[in-house]
Write a protein that binds this ligand. Structure first.
Ligand SMILES: NC(=O)c1ccc[n+]([C@@H]2O[C@H](COP(=O)([O-])OP(=O)(O)OC[C@H]3O[C@@H](n4cnc5c(N)ncnc54)[C@H](O)[C@@H]3O)[C@@H](O)[C@H]2O)c1
Length: 474
């Protein structure tokens, strides 16, 4: 694919400069296309278009915006295979995962927002005051490569539903799903200037977007490192900044849990998407007396997960997204070995027979402690760290002893028992007994995992300002 133009004010326009970037397919290490890299002038043009479109779009009716979301959903359904193929080529997710989850989640968030918009209360009364929830304005949306379409949909759907206008800067590592998504929006008839898309890297496009005086809000998903820079860049104009950042989520397996089920499910969730999920259960906390048994189950489960070409039959893990990620993960696996964690399965180097492509062996460390680097840093690869605990109180302490606070996982005999532990975790969400996430949400983190909430009602409200009209109801 090639995306050598930007989408500004309802049309594909030439970039301000001629710089391009090769997008690398991580399964082949070969180019799978090119994008143009934008600069500050492109950002200025896109923000000006979004600013000019805001007065009219912010006044559109609920019905008009419902009709728009419905058309977008139709377009996403028509292009779902193209979207899935683009995601597999650009970031390496197995074809089945791109189709069933990566691409499907994009549509799911649009659908969730559409249903919500049908009867969301934009106006209500508090005594003599009328409360109005109004679109916040021009939004900068900056997204990562790991669940690329999902992250875009989590922002664009509520921003449109709220009546905001926007500039999207997708990840330069995985930009092609965003180009197809932009075509869908164009064909759905999104009015000119309401949605704009500029490709580029963090310093070239992300930074000028975050500090642009005409941007009212920045919604960012990505690393805690970039989240910090964006918060600083946005501070001078007191923009609202909504951050969805990294994680190091604990998976507490209680002494009462069915060990076989809990451990195997935990390993599978960790290795899904090659471990490149912000909410991956990367620290598995197991009762010390069951540690040896749990390690054996984890080993067998990890050995049963096929690493292979994303299009191969039976593949569970494709490659990781880039050479940078590959090297980072290799370094952290080595660190785990050097710091004395027990390597149960996997390790450094590529899996046998997969010399080309950024493939990583599904790796399990055991007998680790929570001070080790592999227990503290977000690895963002298929690497699980198992930590024994002596008591449930200690397990909760270990789970909370991290700068992050995105997700938690608790497995017990009953949901009630697990829920009691969930209440003690300092995280934005908790999964009980292997339950999946629910797009009614909300999804977001405590502590350095961010300050925003996406999905459903809470996700919509990130894009709304609250106005009190005193005396309107007297
Ligand atoms: N909490 C969540 O909901 C969630 C979801 C998915 C991913 N993530 C996190 O995302 C990270 C992986 O994604 P990544 O490697 O693409 O992250 P990243 O921070 O390197 O990049 C994310 C986006 O920010 C841009 N960017 C980079 N530096 C910037 C700057 N100074 N100013 C403005 N924009 C800048 C990038 O170009 C990209 O579009 C992980 O840490 C993961 O945990 C979080």
């Amino acid at each position: 694919m090639e995306t050598l133009k930007f989408y500004i004010n309802g049309e594909w326009v030439e970039p301000n400069q001629a710089q391009t970037l090769e997008v690398i397919n991580p399964a082949t290490e070969q180019s799978c296309g090119r994008i143009a890299l934008g600069n500050e002038q492109d950002v200025n043009a896109a923000v000006a278009a979004a600013k000019a479109a805001f007065p009219a779009f912010s006044q559109t009716s609920r019905e008009e915006r419902i009709a728009l979301l419905e058309k977008i959903l139709t377009g996403l359904a028509a292009r779902k295979d193209d979207l899935a193929e683009a995601i597999t080529a650009e970031m390496g997710a197995p074809a089945w995962l791109s189709k069933m989850a990566q691409s499907a989640m994009g549509a799911a968030h649009f659908n969730e927002t559409l249903q919500l918009l049908k009867d969301y209360e934009f106006e209500s009364n508090r005594g003599s005051t009328r409360l109005r929830k109004e679109p916040i304005g021009v939004c900068a949306l900056i997204t990562p490569w790991n669940w690329p379409l999902n992250q875009i949909a989590c922002k664009v759907a509520p921003a449109l539903a709220a009546g905001c206008t926007m500039v999207l800067k997708p990840s330069e590592i995985a930009p092609f799903d965003a180009a197809i998504f932009t075509e869908v929006l164009h064909e759905a008839g999104v009015p000119a200037g309401v949605f704009n898309m500029v490709n580029g890297d963090g310093p070239g496009v992300g930074a000028p977007l975050s500090s642009h005086p005409d941007v009212d809000m920045v919604s960012f998903t990505g690393s805690t490192r970039a989240g910090r820079l964006i918060s600083k860049a946005a501070a001078d104009d007191i923009k609202r900044v909504s951050l969805e950042l990294g994680g190091k989520s604990a998976n507490i397996i209680l002494p009462t849990a069915n060990l076989e089920k809990a451990v195997s499910k935990g390993v599978q969730s960790m290795m899904m998407n090659s471990g490149q999920s912000c909410n991956a259960p990367s620290r598995m906390l197991v009762p010390a007396e069951k540690h040896a048994e749990a390690v054996e189950i984890a080993k067998q489960t990890a050995e049963g997960l096929a690493v292979n070409d994303p299009h191969a039959e039976g593949v569970y893990l494709g490659p990781v997204s880039s050479d940078v990620q590959f090297e980072k993960i290799q370094g952290l696996i080595q660190k785990g070995i050097d710091e004395g964690a027990e390597l149960v399965v996997g390790g450094t180097g590529k899996p046998e027979g997969l010399d080309q492509g950024y493939y990583v062996k599904p790796t399990v460390f055991a007998n680790a402690n929570n001070q080790m680097t592999i227990a503290r840093e977000e690895i963002f690869g298929p690497v699980l760290t198992m930590i024994p605990y002596a008591s449930v109180e200690e397990a909760v302490d270990i789970a909370n002893d991290t700068p992050y606070g995105l997700s938690g996982y608790v497995y017990g005999e009953t949901v009630e028992e697990a829920a009691g532990i969930a209440n003690q975790l300092r995280t934005g969400n908790v999964h009980l007994n292997g339950s999946g996430a629910d797009t009614k949400g909300p999804f977001g983190g405590y502590k350095q995992s961010g300050n925003g909430r996406e999905w459903g009602e809470f996700g919509l409200e990130e894009f709304l300002e609250v106005k009190a009209v005193f005396g309107a109801n007297s």
